[in-house]
Ligand binder design. Sequence first.
Ligand code: PRX
Length: 650
Amino acid sequence: MTDTHVHPVQPAWRERALIDDATYRAWYERSVADPEGFWAEHGKRIQWMVPFSRVKEKNFDENVSIKWFADGQTNVAANCIDRHLASRGDQVAIIWEGDDPNEQKKVTYRELHESVCRLSNVLKDHGVNRGDRVTIYMPMIPEAAYAMLACARVGAVHSVVFGGFSPDALAGRIVDCGSTFVITADEGLRGGRKVPLKANTDKAIEIAGNNGVAVEKVLVVKRTGGDIAWRENRDVWYHEAVERASPVSEPEAMNAEDPLFILYTSGSTGKPKGVLHTTAGYLVYASMTHQYVFDYHDGDIYWCTADVGWVTGHSYIVYGPLANGATTLMFEGVPNYPDAGRLWQVVDKHQVNIFYTAPTAIRALMGAGDAHVTKSSRASLKVLGSVGEPINPEAWEWYFNVVGGGKVPVVDTWWQTETGGILITPLPGATDLKPGSATRPFFGIKPQLVDNDGQVLEGAADGNLCITDSWPGQMRTVYGDHERFVQTYFSTYKGKYFTGDGCRRDADGYYWITGRVDDVLNVSGHRMGTAEVESALVSHDAVSEAAVVGYPHDIKGQGIYCYVTLMNGIEGTEDLRKELVAHVRKEIGPFASPDKIQWAPGLPKTRSGKIMRRILRKIAEDEFGALGDTSTLADPAVVDDLVANRQNKK
Ligand code: PRX
């Protein structure tokens, strides 16, 4: 990849900005030279019930252990709500924009406080205590944020499951963390279509019950009023319960290292992992990155289009912005409903200043044509952000020039569920921008590139991205499986956190994320393991074996390409192909829909039986001229068949 055009910091950005280049350099130097001093200072940005005296306790070696501010006590909900009541009780905390453009709602900090306090009491009345796990399976409505904050207020640990996940996936997550309390809605609404959340929850609870976890209570928000099944003694209407509950609730004093939430994410092997984030360090890091990366100023209207079911929604719709007393916009709908101009209509309608979305949305809207954008004003915009996958320079330039009119910085933010907050990113007033590069590390972040043997690469280089020191927002463990945490992140390269991403550093010290180097796919910004799609496929009676790889996709970033070997005597028909697609959607969720299925009489395996994915990736990319050495294959002839029947002929 060659360097693209550089966009220098414009004078207007620098004037407005909290951080200029000299400040970035000075703070960064200090943050890595004296992390204790740096974070002791910035740890005070949140409000403590008991101040901390300890700062960083990190061991990335054999007994991996990470603690921040460990002897302090605080409450995340109090920081996100109560703390602001005196100064901004009547300021809007949440602007909710419905799927239907005629539906909206504004919630002030005072109203947020009352809703969260009432819900906290509902939780307590039903016996939810500190440390208990609560599953949240919700559409994008304010009650999703209330639910997260109410858990934080009473010290319960939330596990938000994206509303696009299937009953099976939801059940797996309920069982893994032993959660007996679920908060959901009757139905969700996206792009004019209904999502059967309660029906999915009912199915999930049945599956969980067969796997040893009995869900005792389901709190149901009435969103659409659609028909749902009702189980007396188990199901409780949200609106009835909060109305009965007291509006007075004291936040629990939580230890800094008490768990705040679990969020399941996919890895290269096995079932999804419960990424565990704790209380104080997470909040310090989420709020600090929200302020500086988006150059957030008091009074700004801030909009992140993510779903609360993903980490971006946790850190940059709910916790970061609310900790900073921001007005955060929550959008129930999708970018192309009622038409491809929706996002910009919403920007104008609510005078959004900071807008944060994913490359897949940018590429889709770019394809729909500039007219949808240019018919809006967008004059309120001050910062544009991108997250979730590499952004190709063409999409970056379109975002910058067409959406931002060439006047607004684009921050390409690299991070992960595991990192809690943004690690590599431009700062609007400090960083000259290079389209496609996430640019430079945030304060306290020490990136390192290593080759496959773990040799450290200096200067301009291409390698595997590791982080060599801890930061407050880092995940602490895999829920219930610390060994897996150590194995997954700290065993590939000893003493370092390995991100799973490939990365290039250029001569200016800018970082360019090149994508995952493991078997993790990123499809429209949705992360999934190839192994998960494979196990969904082989759970179908007709399938004997499956191998799944990603291939470049114009809109989605990556598409899902499946090689499927059928059981003896079963024929690969068009109907079966459709059935398998439907099967994977049912097992995982609609977003995991296979794009291509190729019938494979055999898969390329080494003599020891290992599938050679490198070859499968090349064929899926239609780059079979570069298959490399196939002589170690048990049966080299299978490759010829796969090449002849490839589904992605250019
Ligand atoms: O491969 C990187 C990609 O998304 C992965 C993390 O996915 P997830 O945990 O779902 O979190 C997504 C939202 C933070 C990373 O390992 N990724 C994320 N942001 C970028 C990115 N790749 C390139 N550029 C980015 N800005």
